[in-house]
Design a binder for this molecule. Structure first.
Ligand SMILES: [Zn+2]
Length: 496
């Protein structure tokens, strides 16, 4: 997390209004040119996308430390877009006049996605797993295909009721719980993220794959190159303990795509020829690899945030997830969750009182305390959620000009077991002074040439692995394995 926790409530609310106002309409799908059912007009899609984009930026952060890389991805994206129906004179002006926005998100997760109305995202993690422009072109083309295919609108029309369920205003800033409270952990975030969880159907995914291949081929890229990236995705999915990237989970089986993508690409005549590896690798060299410790990282049961200069212990064995908006902790069996966020308040007491005054909240205890010398305020009680009542312990801590919130949620029955963990975690919040943790800098990508006969494993010797990445993942990133001898002179991606 970082101080831009800004997924504002008002943005979420206005988005809800748009969604409520939306009713069934007929859309033109600009991938196929055919009519289909949709929930939104194009103007509504643009409004939805614009508002959700604010939340996406707040949630993940934009990777903007290399303007040349940003411009490079933008150039390829515009090139691919220009081969689609977007520029076709028969396409209505309101579509052609909608500028598309392409962003690199500051996340190590391997992912790409789109929002309605012309918003396309790739993560810096994804960029490191690609090997050339042709692969990037297909990924961008696939996401452009979701936008022009109006797939969100189509899906929302199909799943209107579910969507209202998804959008149900989550009190206490986000986490929703049913029987297994931690299932809500992935649902955390603003409406923009909930929008992303509207999974497209398989048909929409196949259509986006076809679009991705077509637009890349029209831009003279060899789209069959993308097959190797889908093999990488499949290998990543097989990694033990690796949370499945959503680019994988919401898409056709990557093994299947490794076959279908070259078949689709072979239909184009003339065939695209551009692969463009050397420039691609030169552009991504220096990109942050793995987690960026400056934005917070975990080590041996402690969460460190060097920029905000604090640390927090979390319970042994709990799973964690860090983002610019929140640090989440989940009990491994899903019985309880905690989240650390910034509270929008002048003081710990004001934040606590605002929580107490929420209609759905019944406070059973509230009062001021001091945590490692910092003024704090704690509220405990129950809260009415859509799926029933949950028990919570919320501690607000003043530190460094901010008010932090450590919120624990569990079932009413579970509070006896987890209440102590909630309090202990909040009670561990302290100033970070140890320079070993304060000065941790991120790992960056170095592109080098393999000497004759070397293996990736040998090349990794003596290099520090990036936070959150294994040797195996570096091998997948190179679309090879650890022990094969690399061809002499082959480009290799390594942590600096
Ligand atoms: Zn897709």
């Amino acid at each position: 997390m970082r101080p831009l926790y800004a997924a504002s409530r008002s943005a979420a609310l206005s988005l809800l209004v748009v969604l409520l106002a939306a009713c069934g309409t007929t859309n033109v799908n600009y991938v196929t040119g055919e009519e289909q059912r949709g929930a939104y007009t194009w103007a509504q899609e643009v409004q939805l996308g614009t508002e959700a984009d604010q939340q996406i930026q707040a949630q993940f952060g934009v990777y903007d430390e290399d303007p040349a890389l940003t411009a490079y991805v933008e150039r390829i994206a515009q090139d691919v877009l220009s081969t689609s129906a977007y520029t076709d004179p028969s396409t209505p002006a309101e579509i052609r006049n909608t500028p598309f926005t392409f962003r690199i998100l500051d996340s190590p997760v391997v992912n790409a996605f789109a929002l309605p109305g012309g918003f396309v995202y790739v993560t810096r993690g994804l960029l490191t797993y690609l090997e050339n422009e042709a692969q990037l072109a297909v990924v961008l083309g696939h996401e452009i295909g979701h936008v022009l295919g109006r797939h969100s609108s189509e899906q929302a029309a199909r799943a209107q009721l579910n969507q209202f369920g998804l959008l149900g205003a989550a009190i206490l800033g986000g986490v929703v719980g049913g029987g297994r409270v931690a299932e809500g952990i992935l649902n955390y975030g603003g409406t923009g993220l909930q929008l992303l969880q509207l999974k497209y159907g398989r048909d929409a995914e196949r259509e986006a794959d076809q679009a991705g291949v077509a637009y890349a081929e029209f831009a003279d890229y060899d789209a069959s190159e993308a097959a190797r990236f889908f093999v990488s995705l499949e290998r990543l999915g097989e990694q033990a303990g690796q949370s499945v990237p959503s680019f994988l989970s919401t898409h056709p089986d990557p093994g299947e795509r490794a076959h279908t993508i070259p078949q689709l690409a072979a239909q184009y005549d003339p065939q695209g020829t551009r692969v463009v590896e050397a420039e691609y690798l030169a552009q991504i060299e220096g990109i942050v690899l793995g987690e960026d410790p400056r934005q917070g990282y975990t080590e041996n049961g402690v969460f460190y945030h060097p920029e905000l200069r604090f640390l927090l212990d979390y319970p042994n064995g709990w799973q964690t997830q860090n983002s610019p908006a929140a640090f989440l902790m989940g009990e491994p069996n899903g019985q309880a969750v905690m989240q650390l966020t910034l509270a929008q308040a002048q003081s710990a007491r004001a934040a606590g009182q605002a929580l107490q005054s929420q209609q759905a909240v019944r406070a059973q205890a509230a009062g001021a305390l001091s945590i490692n010398g910092n003024a704090a305020y704690r509220v405990e009680g129950t809260a009415q959620q859509q799926n029933g009542t949950v028990a919570f312990s919320a501690t607000f801590i003043e530190f460094g000009g901010n008010v932090y919130q450590v919120l624990g949620l569990t079932s009413v029955d579970g509070f006896g077991s987890y209440g102590t963990a909630f309090r202990q975690t909040a009670g561990s919040f302290a100033r970070l002074t140890d320079s070993r943790y304060l000065n941790r800098s991120p790992s960056r990508l170095e592109v080098t040439r393999a000497p004759g006969g070397a293996t990736l494993q040998a090349l990794l010797r003596g290099r520090t692995l990036p936070l959150g990445l294994t040797e195996q993942e570096i091998a997948i990133m190179n679309q090879t394995d650890l022990t094969s001898r690399l061809p002499s002179g082959e480009s290799v991606k390594l942590p600096e």
